[in-house]
Ligand binder design. Structure first.
Ligand code: UGY
Ligand code: MN
Length: 288
């Protein structure tokens, strides 16, 4: 992969633009809501309370209410110091990616299973840490100093048909999991140049995975993708151009994108720093 060039050749242009607040032009937003995709930029976030949570506000990015029929939700939870989480809907898993601040998580299998099983507690989770809470596991997220979380939730789809056959009898169910993005290896991406990490195991009990994709400036998706899978994306670092259907968008860190099944999708990283995004992809289930 190409090396990231160091000091920006555009420093003079950046200096000239310093203080220009394009996002705060009255009535102007880069956000766009279309039939098969949405771009939701930071100036469009609307915060609300979050049922069952304490000292927390949320901005919902993706919900099943959107056009294109997402089967998951994606939101930002802003936890104030001392905040704590509530539970998701029954049958729904929750995936948490720490954007900022520090949290503790506890997945209490004793409460879920009526005793006997181990419970897990992890402290000091910061940017890049993630946690997966299986459906119907009692769990708690707490913070003493405050945190900003990116959260995905989806009704769990158990294996059936050929997937169930492949797993065999007594299939395992997804387990509680905590990790850090940068502890994971890059996975081979034949024909593509971006770096790829998968945050969840690739075994068949999981109905989803979270990909973290890294591009150096000038790198781009080779495949002009069209596929049945849906995506919820947050650009974590960098900037570039995202093609969605027949539209082309200037995007930067903090932007969220919903991609419905079959929307044409292509990204090129620009600027002079790495682009990194996290993206939900449904997987391991027959699309029928
Ligand atoms: O795996 C994917 O579908 C991924 N490469 N899509 C994307 O980045 N838009
Ligand atoms: Mn894709």
């Amino acid at each position: 992969a190409a090396k990231i060039p160091g000091p920006s050749p555009y420093a003079a242009v950046d200096a000239r633009n310093a203080g220009a607040e394009f996002d705060n032009l009255p009535g102007f937003t880069r956000s766009r809501y279309a039939r098969d995709h949405a771009l939701i930029t930071p100036e469009s976030r609307v915060y609300t309370g979050l049922f069952g949570w304490r000292e927390t506000n949320a901005a919902w990015f993706v919900t099943p209410a959107m056009a294109g029929g997402p089967t998951f939700s994606m939101y930002q939870a802003l936890m104030r110091p001392g905040a704590s989480s509530g539970m998701p809907e029954p049958g729904t898993w929750r995936f948490v990616f720490v954007m900022d601040g520090k949290i503790s998580v506890q997945d209490d299998l004793e409460l879920t299973d009526g005793g006997g099983a181990a419970s897990g507690r992890y402290n000091d989770l910061t940017h890049g840490h993630f946690a997966y809470f299986p459906a119907d596991h009692r769990h708690k997220i707490t913070t003493s100093e405050g945190a900003s979380l990116l959260i995905y939730e989806k009704k769990y789809v158990p294996p059936s048909g050929g997937v169930a056959e492949a797993i065999g009898p007594n299939p395992p169910t997804p387990r509680f999991l905590v990790g850090h993005t940068d502890d994971l290896p890059n996975i081979e991406t034949p024909g593509e140049v971006f770096g790829l990490k998968k945050l969840l195991p690739q075994s068949l009990e999981w109905d989803v995975n979270f990909h973290v994709m890294d591009f150096n400036p000038g790198e781009h998706l080779y495949v002009k993708e069209i596929h049945y899978n849906q995506h919820g994306l947050m650009l974590l670092e960098g900037k570039g151009v995202y093609r969605l259907g027949d539209d082309w968008y200037s995007v930067q860190a903090g932007d969220v994108i919903w991609m419905a099944p079959y929307v044409t999708q292509w990204y090129a990283a620009l600027g002079y720093k790495r682009s990194r995004y996290i993206i939900l992809k449904d997987t391991n289930r027959d699309p029928i």
